[in-house]
Design a protein around this ligand. Sequence first.
Ligand code: AMP
Length: 464
Amino acid sequence: MTFRELGARSDTLAGWLDFELGDNRAPIAVRGHKEPEMLVAFLGAVKSGRPYVPIDLSIPEQRAERIIHTSGATKVLNPSAIDALTHPAAMCRPRRRVEGSDPFYILFTSGSTGEPKGVVITLANLEHFVAWMLSEQRFVEGGEVFLNQAPFSFDLSVMDLYCSLATGGTLVSVTKEDIANLRDLYDIFRHRGITSWVSTPSFAAMCLIEKTFAQPMLPALRRFLFCGETLPNDVASALLDRFPEAEVWNTYGPTEATVATTSVRVTSDVLAKHSPLPVGAAMPGTQLYIRGEDGARMPDGERGEIIIAGPNVSPGYLHRPDLTGNAFFDSPDGHAYRTGDWGRERDGFFFFEGRMDSQVKVNGFRIELGDLEANLRALEGIADAVVLPVEKAGRIESLAAFIVETERSAGSDFERSARLKTRLGERLPTYMVPRKVIFRDSFPMTPNGKVDRRKLAEELAPTR
Ligand code: AMP
């Protein structure tokens, strides 16, 4: 799709939305995968003054419906049906576009009670982020080809999407089918002239298994941009070896602060000095600091919670003043977000040191264990459920669910587990479904009557 087509088709859609919806400014949900029309839908929505809510097809119907309901969206756009949405009376300019502090997009992430929560990102948030990326990365105007690997319902995709739009670049999307068939994926890498790689470190680590994944496969590649989870030293080091013409960047940040807030170029020097790698220094105009338990700023080298304050911080969670009040606050440095990440500052860099709560990252996907447990408990026949991460060499490899049934279900443990996973897969995306299911008659308890998670974790120990 050319820029001209994207402009014209999104203008038409914006006119239609304005005509159809009048003063109703509710978000527009967009349900699809990697169709180019996803972009038409996103831009059509914001050009008509309404934020969009991207919902990838990997999110099952039940959860998608909950997201649509929670967002208050009155329209759900399907990319394949967008061009049919036109009306002669709608061919005029919409009355208003999304501006400054208006919500631009709303991304739903895992919430600890089983309900996904919507992070509101304004146009001003997005502009601050994109301006930083453009000034730091010095993309070639009109000359970049970005890899789009993350589904549009994850904010990592915002990095490649808006950097490509803002620089007149090309966006090359890989679908979940391409990723499932590695030969197709490597064909795309060979033939599309990708210059800027955006993905989670896990995705690059998977590609590295292929021996020919190296500069000759991606001759135009000049940079890897990573975000979303720890970038392991060995992954960064292998990439520097195999791609002598590409830079490797580690960036860090939560969806609540618009994609990424810190960055560092991982050179062989940085690699030699640091293990684990730093997540970098804060973007200009935004403050990052470490806060101790008493709320005071911690001095250099001390551990505490990472706080982000500045123009990239979201106003909060959609229709959830309770959650917003717990995680966001106003500070002299601007609107601030408590990340729930442990960290420390040292040698001018920030370091990420794990989570303070039970949010985990599995292959770069953000999951609240409480979300999974609530969805398991909501299944008929399940009395109680505890989900724990299975770690190997300090990295979360997969999840394990401990289950107590109201009545023992029929069949072997393998059959029971397969059935449970299928049922859970109807409520949650595949990446959230635990790999291992362990049935128990009851859970061990701590003296104060809580499930003894530590004891359960010991059962997973041999695989750690
Ligand atoms: P998400 O909202 O899905 O981007 O997840 C945000 C969380 O991912 C952060 O709060 C961190 O816990 C983790 N995270 C993001 N970037 C990094 C990174 N570069 N290194 C380690 N953890 C990261």
